[in-house]
Design a binder for this molecule. Structure first.
Ligand code: CTP
Ligand code: MG
Length: 244
């Protein structure tokens, strides 16, 4: 029984600046999404990839994946949602019930090495319920009291950098675990006081919120997320180095 992957690709990419939705922006002449799906499809642990496309853009995205030769693989496209969390939930709903291991991978991490995909899937297979690839931080990190833009922000404290990790994707899960935490989060959002919830920006964060156990495995510097224009410059350079 192979693992399946969900690829949330429905974001607008506001921090990258004006242009097409981020997942469709090009890197080396190929959309970020195509790079990301290829990186997953290359793993022998993965049997199915479900892409959550911008709502209304499903046919366009399916045609795009076909035109890049990904039609031979088992790749499906569904409509994504208004938030990353919703996109993941919608993608997950399209995965057959007998699939036991699910990876979630950002379309915005086009250059993740296949070794990271394999390692995450293997760690779930080996018994972990939630696995995240991560790397040590280069920068010192400070917690601050946020202020309106432009005002100096008082520092609260400086966590010991040796205990911090920057997390990447693909994150891997036992399917039941991922399904359950997404349903709980959805139920809580529609509850009377959603303000009480701290924001959760990744799937493993939901597992943590509901008391599950998450483990970290080594990520890779090339699995960085394309978020701002400089990231695209770096991604082009990494791709050129690979092709050289
Ligand atoms: N994503 C999604 N559905 C959304 C929002 C985000 O599927 N409603 C996806 C993005 O397409 C991306 C991944 O989640 O692959 C990580 O999100 P992020 O890097 O924040 O991408 P965007 O939301 O597109 O960018 P920004 O926040 O700058 O607008
Ligand atoms: Mg976003």
């Amino acid at each position: 029984q192979l693992a399946a992957a969900v690829v949330p690709a429905a974001g607008r990419g506001e921090r990258l600046g004006p242009g097409a939705p981020k997942a469709l922006r090009e890197l080396g002449g190929v959309p970020l999404l195509v790079h990301a799906v290829r990186a997953l499809a290359r793993s022998r642990a993965i049997g199915l990839v479900v892409v959550a496309a911008p709502a209304g853009g499903e046919a366009e995205v399916a045609a795009l994946l076909d035109s890049h030769g990904l039609d031979g693989k088992d790749v499906r496209v569904v409509a994504g949602g208004a938030t990353r969390q919703e996109s993941v939930r919608l993608g997950l709903a399209a995965i057959p019930a007998d699939v036991e291991v699910v990876l979630v991978h950002d379309a915005a991490r086009p250059l993740v090495p296949v070794e990271v995909v394999d390692a995450v899937a293997a760690a779930v297979r080996a018994g972990a319920e939630a696995v995240v690839p991560a790397v040590p931080l280069a920068d010192t990190v400070k917690r601050v009291e946020p202020q309106p833009a432009g005002r100096p922000e008082p520092v609260l404290d400086t966590p010991d950098r040796a205990t911090l990790r920057a997390v990447q994707t693909p994150q891997g899960f036992r399917r039941d675990t991922l399904h359950e935490v997404h349903l709980k989060a959805l139920a809580e959002e529609s509850a009377p006081e959603p303000d009480a919830l701290p924001p959760v920006t990744d799937d493993a964060g939901l597992v943590e919120r509901y008391g599950g156990r998450v483990v970290v495995v080594p990520g890779h510097e090339e699995a960085f997320k394309v978020t701002r224009p400089l990231d695209l410059v770096l991604a082009e350079a990494v791709l050129a180095r690979r092709r050289a």
